[in-house]
Design a protein around this ligand. Structure first.
Ligand code: NAD
Length: 496
């Protein structure tokens, strides 16, 4: 581990510099930190655009060595008693609570989210450690006579084997714990490749896992800025048993094609284009509150972010006016600053995307109620924005916005709302606001998504199965379902 580069971090506070100096800067392979090559990754603070740390950059050979370590550790980890695996995960949960402030600040520094939200992610991400520590001891099978009475059928669950995880930048801790915790609970070893934009949280977390007693080789981390080159040989290696990816649909599609060569088991948590439907009978206070959460949490950079607001024509003006008033009161600035509710976007490309999407919508007839520009300041900021009268065919209705822009369209009948909600190749989550119970139940069936928030703008929970349908992905993370992504079913017949 090296000290922070002080020339690049001149404006860090003493607390920030001290924290960054404790974050490992190597590759984590076989339980040891390795320096890697001289070609380093520069991690930026998106609130300032300044480099806050330089860390090792894995080569394809490093990736394969990490897989070697995971393969070598697999048998012993699978044979480790479930109670022991559970207690290690529980210890990791406890350590995360102790180190909460460090993790929260680190996420704010490398990703930009306001400190209060980073704290929320420590809570949410940590819950996967606790939930799967509890699930580790509940892996069970079936045992019974076959129908012919000529034998006993035993159905057991075995760990899948060595896994490869690729995670995105938007939830640096939770996207890692959501995969690592169930894998370890099931008895699998893992290689993790975090996003190159936010690798520090994963490195800090790898050290925490080692401190919690995770044996050498069970978790390995290879950060790289040549993701494709490092990932492809790992995915092609016949010793790998599972690929779990969270990220964009185009990258997921390409990885699925690679995984098909070895008929690899996969979990894919991909993009979303969530509809947010407000019926004429909705409680508008709840709908506005839900909209703020579903749109502006994580600066709009969540796969579950509400993307298309589909509001009944009779309440659209009032909903738009109330939501715009709240949005205009949000405070933009660095996530470390007290009272800030909207931090920076992850990079300058994200700012350019907001400008292009809003520009296209306005050109086609939309009106800006609030926001609509990128403030003149350091870092990658875009004002929280509300646009109304968004016309069909606008890019913003098709694309995953991934930023703080709330786009409103109107509808007149329930059938129209459903048709518009389902008019997308994505199907991760939908939000529906209605006080009519029967309508709410109809919408659960009719909106084609893996998850639904009924009169709420936030659905994620470690105890719930997170995941999508259509091109939002395959598999579920969390809940009872989550551990089965890392188990394979084995059937044995024992003749009578
Ligand atoms: P991304 O697809 O660009 O990158 C995700 C990860 O894949 C990163 O680690 C990146 O380095 C890696 N990667 C990129 N190209 C690769 C390649 N050719 N081979 C191997 N790895 C490669 O996505 P992002 O911008 O980091 O994250 C935002 C996306 O993630 C959004 O689409 C969002 O909806 C999605 N997301 C989905 C969920 C979910 O649970 N469904 C959760 C969070 C984010």
């Amino acid at each position: 581990m090296s000290a922070v580069d002080t020339t690049a971090t001149a404006e860090l506070t003493a607390r920030e510099a001290e924290l960054l100096s404790r974050v490992p800067d190597g590759l984590f392979i076989g339980g040891a930190w390795e320096a890697g090559t001289r070609q380093q990754i520069q991690v930026q603070d998106p609130a300032t655009g300044r480099v806050i740390k330089r860390i090792a950059n894995a080569t394809p050979e490093d990736g394969i060595r990490a897989l070697d370590a995971a393969v070598a550790a697999q048998e012993a980890w699978a044979a480790t008693p479930p109670r022991t695996r559970a207690e290690i995960l529980r210890k990791a949960f406890d350590l995360l609570q102790e180190r909460r402030d460090d993790f929260a600040l680190l996420m704010t520094l490398e990703m930009g989210k306001p400190l209060a939200e980073a704290n929320g992610e420590v809570t949410y991400g940590g819950e996967f450690l606790r939930w799967f520590s509890e699930e580790a001891v509940r892996i069970s099978g079936r045992y019974g006579q076959n129908p012919e009475g000529t034998g006993t059928m035993v159905v057991s669950q075995r760990p899948v084997g060595p896994c490869f995880f690729i995670t995105p930048w938007n939830f640096p801790l939770a996207m890692a714990t959501r995969k690592i915790a169930p894998a370890l609970a099931a008895g699998c070893t893992v290689v993790v490749k975090p996003a190159e934009l936010t690798p520090l949280t994963t490195l800090f977390f790898a050290q925490l896992l080692a401190d919690a007693g995770v044996p050498a080789g069970v978790v390995n981390v290879v950060q790289t800025n040549t993701s494709g080159a490092v990932s492809a040989p790992i995915i092609a290696d016949p010793r790998l048993r599972k690929l779990s990816f969270t990220g964009s649909t185009p990258v997921g599609r390409a990885l699925l094609a690679q995984a098909a060569q070895n008929v690899l088991r996969t979990s894919m948590e991909l993009g979303g284009n969530a509809p947010f439907i407000v019926f004429e009978d909705a409680d508008l206070d709840k709908a506005v509150e839900g909209a703020m959460l579903a749109k502006y949490r994580n600066i709009g950079q969540a796969c579950t972010a509400a993307n298309r607001f589909i509001v009944h024509e009779s309440v659209a003006d009032e909903f738009s006016r109330r939501v715009a008033a709240k949005v205009a009161a949000l405070r933009v600035g660095p996530g470390t600053e007290e009272g800030v509710t909207i931090g920076p976007l992850i990079d300058d490309r994200a700012v350019a995307t907001m400008q292009a999407l809003v520009g296209d919508a306005v050109e086609r007839g939309a009106r800006v109620l609030t926001g609509g520009t990128a403030p003149e300041r350091d870092g990658f900021f875009y004002e929280p924005t509300v646009i109304v009268d968004v016309q069909p065919g606008s890019e913003i209705l098709r694309e995953e916005i991934f930023g703080p822009v709330l786009a409103i369209t109107t509808f007149s009948t329930e059938d129209e709302a459903v048709a518009r909600a389902n008019e997308t190749e994505y199907g991760l989550v939908g939000y529906v606001f209605t006080q009519d119970l029967a309508r709410g139940q109809r919408m659960i069936d009719r909106v084609d998504t893996g998850m639904m928030g009924l009169n709420t703008g936030l659905v994620s929970n470690a105890a719930a199965p997170f995941g999508g349908v259509k091109q939002s992905g395959l598999g579920r993370e969390g809940g009872l379902e989550g551990i089965h992504e890392y188990l394979s079913t084995k059937y044995t017949l024992i003749p009578a």
